[in-house]
Unconditional design. Structure first.
Length: 457
């Protein structure tokens, strides 16, 4: 899960994910010794979806197994020596009694019920990648959502540009941002929104490039003769933004907007180290489009006693406002995890509803902390930075429009990227579990009656 810098000529293992920038690679080896293939068995053994249905069935089977041997011996002896039956009749009568004790149809019942649920969900454009995840989702009492792609539909637009009037450059502001987009090659939703507003440009010649990453929350480019431009979250770009800019940032955050800052330094990037002195150039206010069906979905989970927690890498004030708009309970209880230790993250997990400035590792820690309190936790996500948390969750749900890596580790995939399908998935899981519980009583009654009849007889 560690991010490792790669240069031209470096070796990449299969299964690697690009978390920042772009990569072109040549395949040099495939086969059984391939890194991914060597991990397949280990990964399968490492994570098993917990199934109460299977555990209950095993308990019943274990219980009947203890009874079968002594009862079988007694029935055979009774037939041979008390009723003086022949060996054939003794074996047949004993076997008939013992077979009635085994809940043989229970395994078939569970498998057929779950398979029927999978088929129903497939018709609703929901791909089930682990059949027992249906049951797990039916028992979920905490749902963790990543804001982008779930509450919002992932599309963004530039709402406003606030000029800080701190510097005059040889090229217009639009060409500066366009040159940064061209140089970094970022193609996330934020970059696409900026490209729609400012376009791509080659007005400036890049010298050193630091692509955007979820850990740094920024990207930076040193241009020939123009110094370095840094674009990203304001608190990561400039340490002290000043009272006036901070007021503008907080005001927009309270209105549910994301705010980016463009800053400049006359110095150049050295290795991976950015120039220490940076002056703000402008603030870019970006609007996330909230899904129309999000409030209804959130209300459904609230009515069904499922706690909703929002985990995001954005400013917690912005995330809190968006969460409040869609009706998330206790949305005002937010916290920034920036700079927090693992222990502090664990303590915050059950105190707050909205978590901002969360790193991929902290997302995973939050899921572990919630599970440690006895909760059954589901996690939705669409990006590479969600993978660790999705792998740790009891049930993970991926958005089809997200990254391939997120889809590969998830238990369920929403093929139409429609978040409103989530209640249907939960209801289908509950329907399957309830049907199995009601029908299984028939098999258990048959087992109990067979045991009692054998003892009485």
């Amino acid at each position: 899960s560690d991010s490792i810098d790669k240069t031209a000529g470096s070796e990449l293992y299969s299964g690697s994910s690009v978390i920042s920038g772009r990569a072109y690679a040549r395949v040099t080896h495939v086969g059984d010794e391939n890194y991914t293939n060597s991990l397949i068995n280990e990964v399968r053994q490492e994570k098993r979806v917990h199934s109460e249905l299977l555990d209950s069935m095993r308990k019943v089977t274990r219980f009947t197994s203890f009874l079968i041997i002594p009862l079988g011996v007694l029935l055979f002896v009774e037939a041979m020596f008390l009723r003086h039956s022949g060996t054939y009749d003794a074996v047949v009568s004993s076997a008939a009694a013992l077979l009635g004790m085994l809940p043989k149809g229970l395994v078939l019942l569970i498998s057929v019920s779950l398979a029927t649920g999978v088929i129903r969900l497939a018709k609703a454009k929901i791909l089930v990648q682990n059949i027992y995840s249906l049951e797990t989702l039916a028992h979920v009492d905490v749902l963790c959502l990543d804001k982008t792609g779930t509450i919002t539909d992932g599309s963004m637009t530039v709402h406003d540009v606030v000029d800080c009037k701190s510097n005059a450059f040889s090229v217009p502001l639009g060409d500066i941002i366009g040159s940064i987009l061209t140089a970094t090659g970022d193609n996330n939703q934020t970059a696409l929104a900026l490209a729609e507003k400012f376009g791509y440009s080659q007005a400036l010649s890049p010298k050193t490039i630091v692509p955007f990453s979820s850990q740094k929350k920024l990207s930076a480019v040193t241009f020939e003769g123009e110094g370095t431009f840094v674009l990203g979250a304001p608190e990561f770009v400039v340490k002290d933004v000043g009272v006036k800019l901070e007021r503008i940032i907080n005001e927009n955050a309270r209105n549910g907007y994301r705010v980016l800052m463009l800053a400049h330094s006359p110095l150049e990037i050295t290795g991976d180290r950015l120039p220490g002195v940076r002056k703000p150039v402008c603030l870019i206010v970006i609007e996330d489009h909230i899904r129309e069906d999000a409030p209804e979905v959130i209300r459904w989970f609230k009515e069904n006693n499922v706690a909703v927690k929002i985990i995001s890498g954005d400013n917690p004030i912005t995330v809190s406002e968006v969460a409040a708009r869609v009706g998330v309970e206790n949305a005002s209880m937010y916290v920034s995890l920036e700079g927090m230790s693992t222990r502090e993250v664990i303590e915050a997990a059950n105190k707050y509803t909205v978590f901002g400035r969360v790193t991929p590792e902290q997302k995973c820690t939050l899921i572990k902390a919630l599970k440690s309190k006895g909760n059954t936790v589901a996690m939705t996500g669409d990006g590479v930075n969600d993978i660790l948390a999705m792998r740790e969750a009891d049930c993970s749900v991926a958005i089809a429009s997200g990254s391939e890596a997120a889809r590969n580790v998830s238990h369920l995939v929403l093929l139409d990227s429609n978040f409103s399908s989530m209640p249907e998935v939960v209801m289908e899981g509950r329907r399957v579990v309830n049907n199995i519980q009601q029908s299984s009583t028939l098999f258990l009654m048959k087992t109990l009656m067979s045991v009692l009849l054998s003892i009485i007889a």
